[in-house]
Design a protein around this ligand. Sequence first.
Ligand code: NOJ
Length: 467
Amino acid sequence: MNHQQLRKEDFGNDFVWGIAMSAFQNEGAWNEGNKSESIWDRFSHKKNRILDKTNADVTTDFYHRYREDIRLTKELGFEVFRFSFAWSRILPNGIGTVNHEGIDFYHKVIDTCLEFGLEPWPTIYHWDLPQILEDMGGWTNRHIVDWFVEYCEVLTEEFGSKVKHWMVLNEPAGFTGLGYMTGYHAPGRMGMSNFLPAVHHTALCQAEGARVIRRNVSDAVIGTTFSCSHIEPHTHRFADIKAAQKVDALLNRLFLEPALGLGYPIEDLPFLKTMMKKHVFEGDMERLAFDFDFIGIQNYFKLVMKGAWWMPYINAMEVKPHKRGVHHTTDLGWEVSPDGMYEIIKKFASYPQIKQLIITENGAAFKDTLRHGEVHDPERTAFYQTYLQSILKAKQEGINLGGYLAWTLTDNFEWREGYQPKFGLVYVDFETQERIVKSSGKWFKEFLTAEKKHKQADILVSEKVIC
Ligand code: NOJ
């Protein structure tokens, strides 16, 4: 299939198209509107944590420019707007007193989506825990289950009448692994003694949060999202195969399987036995399961692993693309692998418990240049086209795929990497906050609105014939 042949209608009329973004990466206004400090505010204000020494105090200023960005999303032809709530804006103390300025802000975001005919799809937690809760142990403190339930109650009672699609967590393996094991992300904690309790409490929140939505929101469509990558062994050697299996369990199965009622992948990750002993209490295993309406796949690249006996816990090491002679990578060094997208969809679809899959994030960072007021980014466009072809192939094989959300509308704050990686379909001049639609954004518009244009042209033609 060549790129020109990619047509929106091949995905079906009920397949939804959207944009995904998050509070911390876009809102800015870090200390406005009675918002309290989040772990990412604290982390990014420390020296040497963010590679380009920036922070997200202002970022794309979505807090003040939400209307412009929502309108732009609509203009590009999308119909779903995925954003996240900032816990520290809703409940500055983590629990207790609700901040009405925060509530008002999200009402405005939701109302603006509805005004422009976009469906608001919020994520409850996209990595920005209130610092005040981190000071009490954050995700390592079992009380977080109660704190999170309270936060979910507030959100669903407040917004449940307007919002039907909800996602509980964004990439739990990402924020527990990077935030509590390697320390690369906020809150910057390290080691198994932090990681293991964080994993179990997060998995409990994933299901408990979903139960709150089910209870409080009639007709809710409830999902949660997972970072995931197709994992290949470097060779057929036993050690490489084992390495791939372990990494697959850690990155792809750790949070998915308990949600599906399958428990933790302990056989492939024996270190989880310590977690079972220390942090999993009676009745917990049943509480981990929830009958999600959809599962969000967030895929960017594939990984190739080889055995490495000296690596603790996983005995595995990545074989980087350039070491395998692969040079087609994004600005973050991630291998461009549309086949990996196809493989991971197939893997998720092989769980009979999953009702529907939605690609809740996919996109690419490439270096952009602004020339004569335009950004021409053919690499990003090609990335989207080839990944969409893989998704279409999986869909045409009968997999229940309900939609696709591109990461992301505007260039924004890419966590530890700061503003260096550019993921947007829309370029942002961070001095002036001017937005310029890149050629990839224009391609999406063309792709998403072509059918409409054809239909309008048909109507015009038939009107002429009638006249
Ligand atoms: C994962 C995260 O959900 C999002 O916040 C991040 O910016 C993108 N993927 C790209 O790395």
